[in-house]
Design a binder for this molecule. Structure first.
Ligand code: SAT
Ligand code: MN
Length: 594
């Protein structure tokens, strides 16, 4: 059937594109090359094809119009950081926090896996834009893949098809991406980045972060490398506009590790006690930031969709996400109910009496297994989000007033504090730590350093990355103020103290008041902290005294241990660690001890 559509004819004369695709098709011994145009008609045809192949299932089209369901292999449910490589000629350029492979060796090793892997399969050409179409800040990628699941997801997550090839025209400036499922064997699975060749090869997986190459591979790993060379920042940050009752909108960008609430924060609905406020969603995962002519930092969300965590998403945690995913959404590794709709742990209402779980097995609430995998996901178009900002496709981006770093820490880090200045803020970002989540394979709940939430995504030497941040600060006349938050601090009974979700706006209000220098703060050893009377606690059930002790308290012994623990990470970075960061640590230590 598929041969009956026009996509088998190359729609470009770009020689570099054609030569490269010919070579990749020969390597993989594909049956045919299909060029995606991104049209609605094509979507209908490819969706039907994917249903016939068994790559996706159709959900109940009356209740969930345009929605699809997918299950991945049980060994292929998260990013594989251990199998993700930065392949640079010089190992030093990848730095001590990345896995490194020599480019020649990597090409050879992966070529052996790709070789003949698409026999009997079609290779789909997915041209895509990261960034706003027509903007000079765009990056164009072409992903070649044998997965219709990838094609259908890339269609949502990026501006894909003809629009991208038209923009590329005859330019040779694009990211060459090859993806193949091969045999989905985790011993033959590699996610390799070749920043010097502007190339990404990913094989043996079909999971989002490993294979939707526009996202983490291009928009973070390759883009951070380019940002370092070209003088801009590619960050793992949500972006949102906060409108106050006077109608003024200020923008924040926040870096939290995967599964720490970026999507929920980006789509926040104000609590009842904060009438007149409104949060506008610009992006939920990635921010590209440049210095504007006004000396401020301007941020763009290069993506077109959300690849959000399903479990825990409900009308309380994120009503805007629930509205966004009602139609045209792909659900991966959630539970499929008898009526052809989906369910996950933490959804509103009672669990269904039965269903088929993410492993494809019959499930009831009594089952030992989960219904949905903890890293199950929805892929939904950003334009469907009720809180999407009118500015989200502005090629200039939005001006950032505050940068927020944060992690998941049961102890130590207070609810919120502010850096004394940019350099101190870079230190806060550089020493960020968070408990691990199900977004990556490995143990969940162990504290690890995750500087600026970029540990798995920085495409070059982390020490150089910190230096780049410090340099960016020097170039800005009007740099954003930097803050650190922790929504997850627990009390002595192990209960999370702060109500979180919509209530986080109370903290954002303080942050913006501070960013605009409208209110004072308390100078402490770790940074500026709120006078509790400056944070609206009405309706939280927390007294000022509780708020102060349980959420703002600084435990000196814990902080001294923290400084010691940072040294372990600094040692790993060796001489690439900028002196300024060491100096900030030293002055923190002095402040803690006086
Ligand atoms: O798996 S993804 O990288 O796409 C999402 C995430 O972990 O942030
Ligand atoms: Mn992410």
């Amino acid at each position: 059937m598929i041969a009956s559509i026009t996509g088998f004819k190359a729609p470009t004369k770009n020689k570099m594109v054609l030569d490269w695709i010919r070579a990749m098709a020969a390597l993989c011994e594909t049956d045919g090359v299909y060029w995606c145009d991104g049209s609605e008609r094509e979507k209908t045809i490819l969706t039907r094809q994917a249903i016939e192949n068994g790559e996706v299932e159709e959900l109940n089209q009356e209740k969930s119009p345009g929605c699809l369901y997918a299950r991945s292999k049980e060994n292929d449910v998260a990013r594989v950081e251990g199998l993700t490589y930065i392949c640079t000629k010089d190992k030093k350029d990848a730095g001590p926090t990345n896995n490194w492979m020599d480019p020649q060796e990597a090409y050879k090793k992966l070529s052996e896996i790709f070789h003949g892997s698409m026999k009997g399969r079609t290779m789909y050409v997915v041209p895509y834009i990261m960034g706003i179409p027509g903007s000079s800040f765009n990056k164009i990628g072409i992903e070649l893949t044998d997965s219709l699941y990838v094609v259908l997801n890339m269609r949502i997550m990026t501006r894909m098809g003809k629009i991208a090839l038209d923009e590329l025209a005859n330019s040779t400036n694009f990211t060459k991406g090859l993806h193949g499922k091969a045999d989905l064997d985790d011993h033959r699975r590699f996610i390799c980045h070749f920043p010097e060749d502007n190339t990404i090869w990913s094989v043996g997986s079909n999971y989002g972060g490993n294979v939707l190459q526009g996202k983490k591979c291009l928009a973070l790993r390759i883009a951070s490398w380019l940002g370092n060379k070209e003088g801009w920042l590619a960050e793992h940050m949500m972006i949102a506009g906060i409108e106050n009752p006077k109608g003024e909108i200020r923008y924040v960008a926040a870096a939290f590790p995967s599964q720490c609430g970026k999507t929920n924060l980006a789509m926040l609905v104000p609590p009842d006690s904060m009438k007149g406020y409104k949060v506008w969603t610009v992006g939920d995962d990635i921010a590209w930031m440049r210095i504007g002519e006004d000396g401020r930092l301007w941020a763009v969300n290069p993506e077109a969709g959300f690849f959000g965590v399903a479990p825990g998403t409900n009308m309380k945690s994120n009503p805007n996400a629930i509205a966004t995913i009602r139609k045209n959404t792909i659900f991966t590794n959630v539970l499929k109910k008898k009526d052809g709709t989906v369910w996950w742990e933490g959804m509103d209402g009672e669990p269904p009496a039965e269903g088929i779980n993410w492993k494809g097995k019959p499930w009831t609430p009594a089952s030992a297994d989960k219904g949905a995998h903890p890293n199950s996901r929805f892929t939904a178009p950003a334009r469907q989000c009720p809180s999407i900002s009118p500015e989200w496709e502005n090629p200039k981006g939005v001006p950032i007033s505050a940068i927020i770093f944060g992690g998941r820490r049961a102890t130590l880090a207070p609810l919120v504090y502010q850096a004394f200045n940019w350099q101190h803020g870079v230190y806060l970002g550089a020493t960020m730590a968070s408990e691990t989540t199900a977004a990556a394979t490995g143990k969940v709940g162990v504290v690890r350093r995750d500087p600026m939430a970029m540990l798995p995504f920085c495409g070059y030497n982390m020490g150089d990355y910190f230096r780049h941040w410090l340099e960016m600060g020097k170039k800005m006349k009007n740099s954003p103020k930097i803050f650190h938050v922790n929504w997850f601090r627990k009390d002595s009974d192990g209960k999370i103290v702060w109500p979180g979700f919509g209530e986080n706006l109370r903290v954002l209000e303080w942050i913006l008041n501070r960013a605009e220098e409208k209110i004072g703060a308390v100078r402490t050893s770790i940074g500026f902290m709120p006078d509790p009377r400056d944070i609206n606690l009405e309706g939280t059930g927390l007294s000022i005294a509780e708020f102060e002790t349980k959420l703002l308290g600084i435990d000196q012994k814990e902080w001294l241990d923290e400084v010691e623990a940072q040294n372990e990470f600094f040692k790993k970075l060796g001489s690439s660690l900028p002196d300024e960061i060491k100096k900030e640590q030293q002055t923190l230590l002095e402040r803690l001890l006086t």
